[in-house]
Write a protein that binds this ligand. Structure first.
Ligand code: C2E
Ligand code: MG
Ligand code: MG
Ligand code: MG
Length: 289
């Protein structure tokens, strides 16, 4: 478009870039402010065992205060990205982790999964920080799962296998998030001491229509089984998909069809209400979240 109307690329580009930078600086300041004032929160999305609908864990997801958006919608993913760029992720990530670990200690038996940024993991003090939090909360390490995206794991600036091994040695579990979206080389799976793969929503896309989509997932399941990795599928938006994945051998699932992310105050009631029915119509929880 820059060429078409005869102006140089820079003339077209600069105001956009400035606007983008201004917006990001603005959001970074807003983020620090919200964090210090205690305006952020964490929602918990159930992770459901597909064989019987039992809630085996929850994933902690950052939630922004209503009205945080300024110029257009700000998603948690966008905010995390900005926090990574500005360095605020260390403080933000630590805050989410402490919330999640403390909350999870009050829930019976279930695990809690927390998303990590690589900047947190490369800090030499990280293992001590986490084990200290677990001790303080009284949560067994095996009930904490740290999630790292596939792209962060394979990036050469990513955490050394030794850093991850130290977490594993402490009894903490590690999951590869957004599996199947990052890279073509799977050899990293042999180097990383991970315990689970979270199959990205994009791999579920063709399930109802393209038989090859099911074959692809079967392959992932087989590979995970061979490497003794647990499997969790993300983004199940309908129960038919959940049942199809169960039948393909995927162990657990997460998605709006099973439950939306819930405020901490609603998790206990969900746990008390028993297993989630994969056969029936969506429950209230799935619809209204
Ligand atoms: P993720 O870790 O892959 O989390 C799953 C995302 O999928 C969540 O989006 C969740 O709300 C959404 N989701 C769950 N079920 C469904 C479904 O059935 N359909 C669809 N379309 N989406 C579904 P959310 O909460 O917007 O978070 C987006 C991403 O932001 C996360 O992806 C994660 O990468 C990042 N994130 C969130 N909280 C944190 C955090 O505390 N720290 C870090 N480092 N990253 C975080
Ligand atoms: Mg995640
Ligand atoms: Mg994911
Ligand atoms: Mg993601």
């Amino acid at each position: 478009a820059a060429k078409a109307d005869g102006r140089s690329r820079w003339e077209r580009w600069r105001p956009e870039l400035e606007e983008r930078v201004r917006r990001r600086v603005d959001l970074a300041i807003g983020l620090r402010d919200a964090l210090r004032r205690g305006h952020l929160s964490v929602a918990y999305q159930p992770i459901v065992r597909l064989a019987d609908g039992h809630v085996q864990g929850v994933e902690a997801l950052l939630r922004l205060p209503p009205g945080f958006e300024r110029d257009g919608v700000v998603s948690p993913a966008e905010l995390v990205e900005i926090a990574e760029d500005t360095g605020a992720i260390t403080e933000l990530g630590e805050w989410v982790l402490r919330q999640a670990v403390t909350q999870a200690a009050s829930w019976p038996g279930i695990s809690v999964s927390v998303n990590m940024s690589v900047a947190q993991l490369v800090s030499p003090a990280f293992v001590q920080l986490v084990t200290g939090m677990l001790d303080a909360a009284g949560l067994p390490p095996s009930r904490l799962v740290l999630e790292l995206t596939e792209s962060q794991l394979v990036d050469h600036t990513g955490p050394a296998p030794a850093a991850l091994q130290a977490l594993r040695d402490a009894g903490i579990r590690l999951a590869i998030d957004d599996f199947g979206t990052g890279y073509s080389s799977l050899s990293y799976l042999l180097r990383m001491p991970v315990t689970a793969v979270k199959i990205d929503r994009s791999l579920l896309a063709g399930l109802g229509t393209d038989p090859r989509a099911a074959r692809l997932l079967e392959g992932v399941v087989l590979m995970a089984r061979g490497l003794e990795l647990a499997t969790v599928a993300e983004g199940m938006e309908d129960l038919a998909t959940a049942r199809a994945l169960r039948d393909l051998g995927v162990q657990a699932g997460q998605g709006f069809a099973l439950s939306k992310p819930l405020p901490a105050s609603r998790v206990r009631a969900l746990l008390r209400s028993g297993p989630i029915d994969l056969e029936g119509p969506p429950t209230d929880d799935a619809v209204t979240g």
